[in-house]
Design a protein around this ligand. Structure first.
Ligand SMILES: [Zn+2]
Length: 414
């Protein structure tokens, strides 16, 4: 593997990741990125054997407490698939855990309710008080150009806190991002959850404790919701976090197609991606959050989604370029709702954009900022026809508003 020069932009010859991927990426002598190389393992691994190994692992944890495991869930992504595997295939009794992202769509809330009813599981949710979230949002915007630190922090720590508190030694996660996107680890490593990975990659290098050095607005007691349990607490219970993607051939699109045949949850056409399944529970993920990612890293979520499809052979690289160009130039429509909720102004946000626009990727032509990247400007293609090939399933809400009078979200759906 060759390490890359940080002053130039290099692109993988197979997918469309660049050499500045925030998770870190390397290239082989043929110009193929580490993510594509590790993805190739998916076609070579004996997954039956791997799944048998998973069964043995979870057997060691079964019946150690009332709950066999903690399963972090959301109103989108692969939650139905994860629970299907955990409950229907592995036969475990999970405790479902959710960190409230504060930017919920109604369909996301309905999906969580449907999930709880469908799988009939106990459920614990953490909802941090709104004023604290607003303070954290302002600090993380100014320091990292991110509105998502609290979501990433809360959703990666609350399951661990619950595992310690309820003395449940096993946490089952879905996909390992570092492995799946950039090949940080091989599937053979069967990497487990660590505090270090969470800090360095999920949290941009800043744990909640580090916020105390950044601001006087928040004190230690305000940030305790986001503190990772100590090594002593984790060792006492023996908490281990495993990823299903190390034991199953992970393909989120195929998984969702199967799950939508079995269960009825809601999908949605989002503004800045063709993906109907991931992050449909969040108002800002594929909006303002996505745009900030584009400013800082020169690519946005659409590139993650396109690369996934290129690697499975469902898009060509050229089609992927056209799709990225189309979606990454779409207007961000959720800015005002974020600003209003967080008591911030448009000029404040313009200042943030200015501060975090990365000159490695952007240049000013006339009065307009444009991406330097030529690979985003390829010939025009029929995007809709290309996307149709994926056979993504778009659903309609199952329930009418009048149903809400009785079937409240907090007591679950039916
Ligand atoms: Zn690649």
């Amino acid at each position: 593997m060759n390490l890359v020069n940080r002053n130039s932009i290099k692109y993988c010859k197979k997918c469309l990741y660049n050499s500045h991927h925030p998770l870190g990426i390397t290239f082989n002598n043929q110009g193929i990125c580490s993510g594509c190389l590790v993805h190739e393992e998916k076609f070579k691994i004996d997954w039956k054997k791997k799944f048998s190994k998973l069964k043995k692992i979870v057997n060691n944890f079964q019946n150690k407490s009332y709950y066999d495991c903690v399963v972090p869930i959301s109103g989108a992504k692969d939650s139905f698939f994860i629970l299907h595997v955990v409950k229907k295939i592995l036969g475990l009794n999970p405790l479902l855990v959710n960190y409230n992202i504060h930017h919920n769509t109604l369909r996301g809330l309905r999906n969580i309710a449907t999930l709880r009813t469908t799988f009939d599981c106990d459920f614990v949710q953490k909802v941090v008080k709104p004023e604290k979230i607003k303070k954290i949002n302002k600090i993380s915007l100014e320091k990292f150009g991110s509105i998502y630190w609290h979501v990433l922090s809360g959703s990666t720590v609350f399951p661990v806190q619950i595992a310690v508190k309820y003395k449940i030694p096993l946490i089952i996660w879905g996909v390992h991002q570092g492995c799946d996107q950039v090949g940080m680890f091989s599937h053979h490593d069967e990497v487990e959850m660590t505090r270090k990975y969470r800090k360095n990659h999920d949290l941009l290098g800043y744990e909640a404790e580090n916020f105390l050095n950044l601001t006087r607005v928040l004190r230690e007691r305000d940030l305790k919701d986001f503190f990772y349990p100590s090594d002593k607490e984790i060792l006492k219970v023996g908490v281990t976090g495993i990823y299903l993607s190390n034991y199953m051939k992970w393909d989120t699109n195929s998984q969702h197609k199967k799950m939508l045949r079995l269960y009825s949850y809601e999908t949605y056409k989002q503004n800045r991606t063709f993906d109907l399944y991931n992050n449909v529970d969040c108002i800002h993920y594929n909006g303002l959050h996505d745009y900030l990612k584009l400013l800082k890293h020169g690519y946005s979520k659409i590139t993650d989604h396109v690369n996934r499809e290129i690697r499975f052979g469902r898009f060509t690289r050229e089609e992927g370029q056209a799709i990225i160009h189309y979606y990454s130039n779409k207007k961000v429509t959720d800015k005002n709702s974020f600003l209003k909720y967080n008591n911030l102004t448009s000029s404040y946000l313009s200042g943030i954009f200015k501060k975090f626009r990365n000159s490695v990727f952007w240049e000013k032509r006339g009065n307009k900022w444009v991406l330097k990247n030529n690979s985003h400007k390829k010939k025009k293609m029929n995007i809709i026809e290309i996307e149709k090939r994926l056979g993504l399933v778009k659903t309609k809400p199952k329930h009418k508003n009048k149903d809400l009078d009785y079937h409240l979200y907090d007591k679950s759906w039916y």
